[in-house]
Design a protein around this ligand. Structure first.
Ligand code: NAP
Length: 342
């Protein structure tokens, strides 16, 4: 027995040689053992908790920090069915959470820091010093905003450079800002920013937009918004000590020509990367690091582990599809548990 050894009712797990230390896990105490552990609290995680709770599964939802996922930094959600007048993202997520709590899931507002999924059952998740165990796991860790990755961006991140207009737009009252991107996020952020900014310039690297027609038209028709195509940000400059941005060097993607463009704030809206670091080397991930699920299912490469929402979906990426796959994951987990328990 190289990796596990039973001492009375304790399981001894030899951790990876990276840390080369031994961790004792009380694998089966009532307090820390669950039928299913859900990781992540966006529409997928909360919906999985609603369904798992209603199926009478003993359910732990590790919500992460902050809770609620990407809708918490979204302004108005206009396309979630059941809200004909639209609904604010945080208000929608508060409703998801209340519904998950109503059906008995235990919600903890903390991060999953480590996951042991490939050493047999029970699956083990470390959070704030406690190893929680479960017979099934639903991963709903979502995706995080992508940044440009240019060196000068780092110097102004969180000050003159942001990936969240809802969070930081207010700081750019009467200022000229850039929004980078050509998708729905860029159109939404740009339109939202016109509430504060004196002018918003959308900078897109080509002249074809991924944004839906309605959101693109809304941005185009807004007198405060201008759109520059075939441009990328080559460099950001300003006062590095205060983080105040003074301008950017724009590069033409066809000619390579660099032009100076004075501006006071930069909002990056170029998509997201899945939050799968915790599962690398354990679960099958695709080339973009999204979790691979079985066709038309949420089952992953490890039996008993399911994935729902943006962490496994680079195509639809909608709140409604995330919620739908959270429901699927809970139903699959329930049937899986039935199948192993007889
Ligand atoms: P997206 O649709 O993937 O668009 C990303 C945009 O950023 C693309 O225009 C892309 O350019 C550009 N981009 C990517 N990397 C870049 C880089 N390094 N430098 C410059 N530009 C770069 O992502 P999204 O806008 O975040 O939308 C994601 C999903 O959420 C979509 O399904 C969208 O419909 C949905 N969404 C919906 C709403 C809503 O309905 N209220 C709001 C926001 C988002 P290329 O086109 O050249 O690749």
């Amino acid at each position: 027995m190289s990796h596990s050894l039973v001492i009375t009712d304790w399981t001894l797990i030899k951790k990876s040689c990276r840390f080369s230390k031994l961790i004792y896990i009380d694998a089966m105490t009532q307090e820390t053992h669950y039928d299913t552990i859900i990781i992540g609290s966006g529409p997928a995680g909360y919906t999985a908790a609603i369904y798992a709770g209603r199926a009478n599964l003993k359910t732990l939802l590790l919500e992460g920090v902050p809770q609620g996922g990407q809708l918490m930094i979204t302004n108005e959600v206009e396309n979630y069915p059941g809200f004909p007048e639209g609904v604010l993202g945080p208000e929608l997520m508060a409703k998801f959470k209340a519904q998950a709590e109503r059906f008995g899931a235990k919600l903890l507002p903390q991060m999953a820091e480590e996951a042991v999924l490939n050493q047999g059952k029970p699956f083990k998740i470390l959070s704030e010093g406690t190893w929680y165990t479960a017979d099934s796991v639903i991963i709903a860790t979502g995706a995080s905003a992508r940044f440009l990755g240019i060196p000068s961006e780092e110097k102004f991140k969180g000050k003159g450079v942001s990936a969240c207009a809802t969070c930081d737009g207010f700081f750019f009252k009467d200022k000229h800002v850039i929004v980078v991107g050509g998708g729905d996020s860029a159109m939404e952020e740009a339109t939202f920013l016109t509430k504060f900014a004196s002018k918003v310039t959308i900078v897109h690297r080509r002249d074809v937009f991924r944004a839906s027609k309605i959101m693109l038209e809304r941005a185009k028709n807004n007198p405060k918004i201008e759109i520059l195509t075939f441009k990328v940000i080559d460099e950001i400059y300003g006062d590095e000590e205060t983080g105040v941005v003074k301008g950017v060097k724009l590069k033409d993607t066809r000619t390579g020509e660099i032009t100076d463009f004075p501006v006071e704030g930069i909002f990056i809206a170029i998509g997201h990367d899945p939050n799968t670091k915790l599962f690398e080397g354990q679960l099958d991930l695709n080339e973009k690091k999204y979790i691979v699920t079985k066709p038309d299912k949420t089952a992953t490469s490890i039996e008993g582990v399911f994935a729902a929402g943006d962490v496994q979906d680079s195509y639809y990426r909608q709140a409604i599809t995330a919620a739908g796959s959270g429901c699927m994951a809970a139903i699959e987990a329930e049937r899986y548990l039935e199948s192993i328990r007889g």
